[in-house]
Design a protein around this ligand. Sequence first.
Ligand code: AMP
Length: 281
Amino acid sequence: MRVVESIKGMQDLSESLRRQGKVIAFVPTMGYFHKGHLKLFEEGRKRGDVLVVSLFVNPIQFGKGEDFETYPRDFERDKGLAEEAGVDVLFTPSAEEMYPEGFQTYVTVERVTKNLCGAFRPGHFKGVTTVVAKLFNIVKPHIAIFGEKDYQQLVTVRRMVKDLNMDVEVVGVPTVREDDGLAMSSRNTYLSPEERKAATLLYRALKEGERLYREGERNGRNIVKAVESVLRRESLIRIEYVKVCDPETIEDLETIEERALLALAARIGKARLIDNLLLSP
Ligand code: AMP
């Protein structure tokens, strides 16, 4: 596995791989790898000749008072895991090189970023799309892989790629969960044992919403109410939002015609956790 730190080094490497006719698969990450990341790497290995993973805790997608400083970081551990997983290139740029003095160009995707996390984390998706656009220009991938765990992010990146005619195939990968259902996340490390136990309710609440949908409930508000009432059983959980929305437009759905995204965000202790389920016949 090669570790590349400089932007020019990565661009030159990708250019030469492309000239050799290699298909470049790319997984952008913020590191502190777990099985969710490893699943994305596996998908990348299957789909490309060369797998590039970026490890960059992107400062501009964190708001004031969010966890940029405390976000878990362990480069040596991540390097070992990436190597084991068959990653070919680990790209680890510095914030100084990514955002040098004078930086002032951003990518903004509009409507699909308004609801859900976009409503609670102003500027977050602007930071995400800007860094992903930059990473695409640096890594020059043919294929880029994202997790459905961050569903709104996946929809937003797809929209950007389409609207800006980026020549990248975006692939989504289903959420990888712990045995008790909790979605894997680097932020789960913030949880105390007691909070970790409480966190299992997030998935159980979503499953309760899914159960109602399976029984024929099509009223978005009724599903939201049922999910919230499961979450309220646990005083350690502070609900940020529970929403039923259109999986393409990310707008609230009063009545589910066919498919819907059931998404939630909650705070437990120091962690802000998100999860979702796609409701589909
Ligand atoms: P992160 O390092 O948290 O920014 O995540 C990097 C990529 O991994 C994103 O595309 C995430 O959606 C994806 N990801 C994170 N957690 C999971 C999970 N539990 N299952 C599947 N993909 C995930």
